[in-house]
Design a protein around this ligand. Structure first.
Ligand SMILES: [Cu+2]
Length: 662
């Protein structure tokens, strides 16, 4: 496409071949030009010539109105491109890649070659950081903050070429396209227009590098992602990555054991304890090994081995900081009926034999110290029922009322906010069969949701408002405004056509679900979602078939990030005792509706037993000061690191501050 447009000193200027606005560009010397580009800022005009060579292509730029010499763009690839100005920097866009100034070439996610490439830059959301608009053929996408905040969806747009018409004050620039000899300015439809209602998804231009079977948010702000062998038989490279969110930096710690399908829970000091994993495939067998992740050195350390092998166990932190390891497949191929408790410096100790629990039983620590098995699990149910379990005696008290109990394979359950209300919600799930429905009718996952109030004397599940999309292997994520995000999963196991792309948001105050924005990437088996301290939710992973691994990362910004300025808080200290009062500095204490304490996520297989949200009472103590009171009950908030969020009357949360509770 030998045409490009820009706006130069208020006029639309078209470059066709070597003719700019009808006049030949001085000194044009290329014969085999395959594409051109043009851009302007207040002072300069830049033209781009992409030329065919014997081997591949090269691209040259030249700056007017003085028209100095041509300079070649290093690292150029492809037969089409365009240029744009971002402040003083020149942005060069090629096929599927772009570069800002002398920076590195970066990918444009989910690129498809079309008829021509065009680009322009403008601040579309008014946050002072410019966006990069890119067009490939008849499809347009936006790189938010020049791609640093990820990319929006591709949308169809008629015409060719792309340039922004300057906007009147406070208005969004319009997109100018060429239609034959004429040009037309049309408003650009963007997902941010509905963002305060549905939120938005952004795909990042870098990968998780390993399959996110397991993921945890560390209090350093790093995201720990690990796969182990990751459903690839015979693989000896047991992969771990540490993502220094939100940067593009990853480190790759050595992973000494195959922690594929282990259990995990945070130790009080902030290290993630993992136990169990995979010794053998087909049939699968577990291991006794345990590791703890050192967040300072970013490496795995060996911990004492469990007494029993476990594959698909659940680990959960108790009120005294010990960690309970439950279920999993033992050495004999059967479900483990003996739980073990890990004490720092002492290792594991067995507990009384307990009632049957399936793989990855989803457990909640209750206010009285007992554990609630919600009925959500992995694989077959093996006749196990939701129950309240006393791990000290082994005694289980079944609870009644769970609808579709046989459809809770990779359902998700969560302790609803605030934790002191002791209500657990279970969402979705599917039938017991995994991976083998070619031969028969697939079982469709359930839309059923149920809530149990465990503060009641003889607690029973009650059906609650159904979700819109049938989902199994979904993720539930507690958000800082006390709502719950349901994301990912599919109606039929690992079938991406049946994937539930639309996010859904549950408000425990109203008991209602609402629809969120649609993600781009189906998240099926072995996928994760985690709340980050900035209030966004990251999603990664998906493993539709053995050896097929999804590495793209997509980030959800919930509606509260589009409802105006955020409260700002700082804490007087980052370590505090149970029941202590901590001073919070904030510019407008009167604007704070609530302060919430959220335990960071550690998640796998639709299960995220770490996350819980506690309401923190507070008192305004001055023009810029309020004091929060930390929980005094350890069962409600097991020791460890937490995020503190202040939320204003519009439901807009601050960025989190980290606080260690002991
Ligand atoms: Cu698995």
């Amino acid at each position: 496409m030998n045409t490009a447009i820009t706006v130069w000193r208020g006029e639309v200027v078209v470059l066709r071949g070597d003719r700019l606005g009808g006049e030949k560009v001085p000194g044009w010397r290329f014969r085999r030009t395959v594409d051109v580009g043009v851009a302007a800022d207040g002072q300069r005009l830049v033209v781009l010539a992409v030329v065919a060579r014997a081997r591949g292509h090269a691209a040259f730029v030249r700056t007017g109105p003085d028209w100095g010499s041509w300079s070649e763009i290093p690292g150029w690839k492809g037969a089409a491109g365009d240029v744009a100005f971002a402040g003083g920097e020149l942005v060069v866009v090629g096929q599927g890649r772009y570069r800002v100034g002398d920076g590195e070439w970066r990918r444009i996610p989910d690129w498809q070659d079309g008829d021509g490439v065009a680009a322009d830059v403008a601040d579309l959301d008014g946050d002072g950081r410019p966006e990069l608009l890119v067009r490939s053929g008849a499809r347009v996408t936006v790189g938010w903050a020049l791609g640093d905040d990820g990319w929006g969806p591709w949308a169809d747009h008629a015409g060719e070429g792309a340039a922004f018409a300057p906007a009147a004050d406070g208005e969004r620039p319009k997109l100018i396209s060429l239609h034959g000899e004429r040009h037309r300015a049309a408003p650009l439809k963007l997902d941010i227009d509905k963002a305060s209602d549905t939120g938005v998804w952004r795909i990042l231009d870098f990968d998780s590098q390993v399959l996110a079977v397991h993921a945890a948010l560390l209090h350093t702000g790093d995201v720990l992602i690990f796969a182990g062998s990751g459903y690839r038989k015979g693989v000896q490279n047991f992969r771990t990555r540490v993502w220094r969110y939100p940067t593009r930096t990853f480190t790759a710690p050595k992973t000494p054991i195959d922690l594929f399908c282990c259990g995990h829970a945070f130790l009080p000091g902030g290290r993630l304890l993992v136990a169990g994993g995979t010794r053998q495939y087909d049939p699968f067998r577990g291991i006794r090994d345990a590791l703890a992740f050192d967040f300072e050195r970013r490496r795995w350390d060996r911990a004492r081995k469990m007494a029993r092998e476990r594959w698909y166990p659940s680990l959960i932190t108790l009120a005294d900081g010990r960690v309970l390891s439950v279920s999993g497949r033992g050495a004999d191929g059967q479900l483990q009926r003996v739980a073990e408790i890990f004490t720092l410096g002492k290792g594991w100790k067995r507990t009384p034999r307990h009632a049957l629990m399936p793989f990855y039983p989803q457990l909640t620590l209750l206010a009285d110290g007992r554990l609630f098995y919600s009925g959500a699990h992995m694989g077959a149910q093996h006749g196990a029922v939701p129950a309240i379990w006393n791990h000290a005696t082994g005694r289980s008290t079944p609870v009644a009322g769970l609808p579709d109990p046989n459809m809770r394979n990779q359902a998700a359950s969560v302790l609803l906010p605030p934790a002191d209300e002791q209500r657990v919600m279970i969402v979705g799930g599917g039938g017991a069969d995994m991976h083998h429905h070619e031969a028969r009718e697939p079982q469709v996952a359930t839309r059923s949701v149920a809530i149990i109030d465990l503060s009641a004397p003889s607690a029973k599940y009650k059906a609650a408002a159904r979700i819109r999309h049938a989902r199994m292997h979904l993720n539930l994520v507690l958000l800082p405004d006390r709502t719950v995000l349901a994301t990912g999963g599919a109606a039929v196991e690992e079938n991406k056509v049946q994937a539930a792309l639309e996010a859904e948001l549950f408000d425990p105050r109203t008991g209602k679900w609402r629809r969120g924005a649609k993600s781009r990437v189906p998240r099926l088996y072995h996928s994760v979602a985690l709340l980050m301290p900035d209030g966004k939710v990251i999603t990664a992973g998906s493993n539709p078939k053995r050896g097929i691994e999804e590495y793209r990362i997509e980030v959800y910004s919930p509606p509260y990030l589009f409802k105006g300025p955020r409260p700002e808080i700082t804490l007087a200290r980052d370590h505090a005792k149970y029941g202590a009062s901590v001073r919070v500095t904030t510019p407008d204490p009167g604007a704070v509706r609530e302060v919430n304490l959220i335990r960071p996520s550690a998640t796998t297989h639709a299960s995220n037993m770490e996350q819980r949200l506690l309401h923190l009472p507070f008192e305004i103590k001055g023009a810029t000061r309020l004091d929060i009171t930390l929980p005094s009950k350890r069962n409600l908030a097991p020791p460890g690191w937490y995020m503190v969020f202040a939320v204003d009357a519009a439901g807009v949360p601050s960025r989190a501050r980290w606080l260690h509770l002991a």
